[in-house]
Every structure is written in structure tokens, then in C-alpha cells.
Design a protein around this ligand. Structure first.
Ligand SMILES: [Cu+2]
Length: 451
């Protein structure tokens, strides 16, 4: 066990230390971390109940039929039809952060752990132990039905995602297929319903989805949302007396913007980050294995940061701690003690209201080649409109008014860029563009606005 560091400055410790996080597989969490995470979940459930608040919000805005109210946004399945509304990955990232902050208000050392569902599929996996996530099933009346409703993803399904280069295609494939869908349907109970955030496994699953997006982005550097605001995180939502800040989804494409890092296979790299204490008076990074700090990890003057491992912390070239910064690096020897869970567990089950039975209609997992729209612009349009598809196709494009009247029809051959010109003459308002394949099936329908 060695500890190498260029600077170790011990200064004030805030009384209420709060963390940023190194997230890891729950299999890499210490017993202490697991017990404390479970306890924090019980404490949150006992009130004010963030689980219920997130679940109710998530179900209210789950997937809204926006032909009824085109101004209203929703959280899921906007792709491939309406990329300008797409916020699935960013919204759930911010949701994980909200839950993690709530957990850290209870214990600043704890972060969310993730469930790698492409490899961890046994019914007797430690994930479902009564001391861990198994504990909630009966106590919270979640009615899980492990393994009976659909498959978890295969390792190949996961690696196929990493090979996609277009962001919207990646997001769409991730959301609709088994890497995301699998854990929802496989777990059963609340998980395949819009109230899924009531089940703690939701957070271990969506932290995994977030980890997959993080890995993809680190490779492709290609994430971009057309939407600039998000429900709940639009600066108006109040939970427990606090107004949640407005978040532009494009501002959280890098997990570092939230102070979040991922450790895997025994190594956590802290890099390209400036400690700012934006969220926390002390940023606290804990990982029981090797932590390597370098490559533009900066602790500026007057900032406050704590890095803690049970084994080894390496400060590498590129790491900077400026004069006047408060940096504490420690090897933790206490948390290997097996703590007995507090479990101040007043059992407070959910009422199994009818919402919980409103099962999500998951798309069939057909691997067909239906093209998807990756961009439509401008929208609103004035003179012409361009539709970019993810692949070349033969198709007929029809422009319809809202009464269903056909206004324009054009045939396109072997193209992924559809341009419809000379639209000056249309009156302002909504129109629908249909893209029809050579068999006459509508493969895309898209609502657009004439200005
Ligand atoms: Cu969701």
C-alpha cells in the first residue's frame, strides 16, 4: 500500500462535508458503502419522499401524445420522430444526480452504484441480497418478478451500441432496446411501468445507462441535443422547499460538469476537471481501489477537495493543487469495518395504485432497417425544409395539412437528404410530413411548423 502525492494540504474540514462522486459498479462498493446506500434510500423514502416525487413526475411526463399539445415536452421515445424534443439521456442523468445529491446529504461519502446488466444476470446475484437491493421488494411493495418478462442485454448488444457514431441513433438504440429496456422488463413489478423510479434498482440501472453514455461520449465526442431545456430542471420545479435549477441538456454532456466520475475494474481516473465547489462545500471523491489524479485535474486557490481510497492514490503529471487550496488525500482504513446497518426502517410500502399497472408499451425488439430522422431543419420553416435520414432510402414524401389534405408529393431515390423546396405559398401553421417506403408503408411522420 503506498500513497504518492505531490501536495497534501490539510486545512479546515467543513462540518457538513458533502461529496462529488466516483461512481462504480455496486460490486466494487465496500460493505460500508452498500449498507449506507441502502440506509439512505430508506431514509429518503420516509420523507420527504424523493422516490415517490421522482416516480410521479416521471409518469406524468413519461411519453405524452404531443399531437394534442405540441408545446408540451416529454421524457421518452422522442426519437426518431422528434429529435428536437429529445432529452432522454440528459434528463435521466440529471435525475440520477438529484438522487445522488439527496443520498449525499445523508452520507457525503456515498455515491450511486451501477448494475452491469449485460453480465450480472443470475437470480441469486448479490444485487438481490436481502441486505442490498433485495430488501426493498417486500418492504416497499414493489412486486418484482425477476426474470419472467423479458431478457437482459447481451454483451454483444452493449458493444454494438459503442460502435454507433451518430448520437441520435445511439440514444434511440440505447433507449428502446435491451441495454435500457432489459432491466425494466426483466425486473418486473414497478420497473416496466412509468412509476419505475419507485424501485431503488431503477437508480442502479439508470446509473449504468449513464455510464454507457459516458463511455460512448468519451470515444465519439458527438453528443448534442437540439432541445435546450428540460422538464423538472427548468427552474420552476420545487421539491422539499427547494427550487431545482434550470439545466440545458447540452451543459451536462460531460459528466464532469456535475462532478461525476466513473471508476471501473479497480481504477478511477480523475482528470480534466477543476474543483469549483459549485455543488458542495467540499468535493469528496471516494473509491476503495486505485485513484489516479492527473491530466488537468486542478484544485484552485480556496477550493476544497477530499480524495480517499482504501488502497492507493497516485498524483500524476498534470495534476495541480494551487497555493491556498484545501486538498485532503487520505487512505481510509476504517470503512473496512463491517458496520451494522442502522435501518431505522419504519416500513412504508407504496400503495399499489392503478398507475403502477400502466405497463409501458415497449417497442418490439425487431432489428429492422427502418430509417430514422436525424435532423429536420429549419423547423419552423419558411421556404424549404431539409430532412436528414440516418441511411439512404427510396421513398415518397408527402406534405399534409392538419386536415389531412395532401399538399405536395415528391419521390426520392437512394438518398439520405430530403429537401422540399418552394414552400413560400403555404399559410402559417402546422403541417405533417410523411415519408413512405416503396411498399407504401409510412416509415416516418413528422410535424413541422410554417412561419
Ligand atoms: Cu425514464
Amino acid at each position: 500500500m503506498k500513497l504518492i502525492y505531490s501536495l497534501l494540504i490539510l486545512l479546515c474540514l467543513y462540518q457538513n462535508v458533502k461529496a462529488q462522486s466516483i461512481r462504480k459498479s455496486y460490486l466494487e462498493m465496500t460493505e460500508y458503502e452498500k449498507i449506507e446506500l441502502v440506509d439512505a434510500f430508506y431514509e429518503l423514502r420516509n420523507g420527504p419522499d424523493l422516490f415517490n416525487d421522482l416516480a410521479v413526475f416521471h409518469s406524468q411526463f413519461f411519453n405524452f401524445d404531443n399531437t394534442i399539445d405540441p408545446t408540451r415536452l416529454d421524457l421518452h421515445f422522442n426519437l426518431p420522430d422528434e429529435p428536437e424534443r429529445e432529452i432522454f439521456l440528459a434528463w435521466h442523468r440529471r435525475q440520477m444526480f438529484e438522487m445522488e445529491q439527496a443520498v449525499q446529504n445523508i452520507n457525503p461519502k456515498i455515491s450511486l452504484g451501477f448494475w452491469e446488466s449485460q453480465s450480472d444476470q443470475a437470480l441469486d446475484s448479490p444485487l438481490w441480497n436481502e441486505d442490498f437491493i433485495g430488501s426493498f421488494d417486500v418492504n416497499w411493495n414493489l412486486r418484482r418478478n425477476l426474470g419472467n418478462n423479458g431478457p437482459l442485454p447481451t454483451p454483444n448488444e452493449l458493444s454494438a451500441l459503442y460502435n454507433i457514431t451518430n448520437f441520435f441513433e445511439f440514444s434511440n438504440e440505447l433507449e428502446r432496446r435491451n441495454v435500457h429496456r432489459g432491466a425494466h422488463v426483466w425486473t418486473g413489478g414497478a420497473m416496466p411501468t412509468p412509476l419505475s423510479p419507485r424501485d431503488p434498482i431503477f437508480y442502479l440501472h439508470h446509473t449504468f445507462v449513464d455510464f454507457v453514455w459516458h463511455n460512448w461520449e468519451e470515444t465519439h465526442h458527438n453528443s448534442l441535443f437540439l432541445a435546450t431545456s428540460m422538464l423538472r430542471y427548468d427552474g420552476t420545479y420545487i421539491f422539499n422547499g427547494e427550487t431545482l435549477p434550470a439545466v440545458n441538456p447540452n451543459d451536462i454532456i460531460d459528466t464532469r460538469s456535475l462532478g461525476v466520475f466513473y471508476g471501473t475494474n479497480g481504477v478511477a481516473n480523475l482528470n480534466n476537471y477543476i474543483v469549483s465547489n459549485t455543488f458542495r462545500p467540499q468535493e469528496y471523491f471516494y473509491y476503495q481501489y486505485l485513484i489516479e489524479v492527473g491530466n488537468n485535474f486542478v484544485v484552485p486557490n480556496e477550493s476544497n477537495c477530499r480524495i480517499e481510497s482504501m488502497n492507493e492514490i497516485n498524483f500524476l503529471p498534470g495534476f495541480e493543487a494551487h497555493a491556498g487550496s484545501n486538498l485532503l488525500a487520505t487512505i481510509d482504513t476504517n470503512t473496512s469495518l463491517q458496520r451494522t446497518s442502522k435501518k431505522a426502517r419504519e416500513i412504508k410500502p407504496y400503495n399499489f395504485d392503478k398507475n403502477i399497472n400502466a405497463t409501458i408499451i415497449w417497442e418490439e425488439d425487431n432489428k429492422d432497417d427502418t430509417p430514422i430522422i436525424i435532423d429536420t431543419y429549419p423547423n419552423p420553416f419558411t421556404e424549404k425544409i431539409t430532412i436528414k435520414l440516418n441511411k439512404k432510402t427510396n421513398c415518397t414524401v408527402g406534405v399534409y395539412n392538419m386536415m389531412g389534405g395532401l399538399i405536395r408529393e415528391e419521390v426520392f431515390e437512394n438518398t439520405n437528404t430530403i429537401i422540399i423546396n418552394n414552400l413560400y405559398g403555404l399559410s402559417t401553421g402546422f403541417y405533417v410530413i410523411n415519408v413512405v417506403d416503396t411498399q407504401g408503408n409510412i416509415i416516418l411522420a413528422k410535424r413541422v411548423i410554417k412561419m
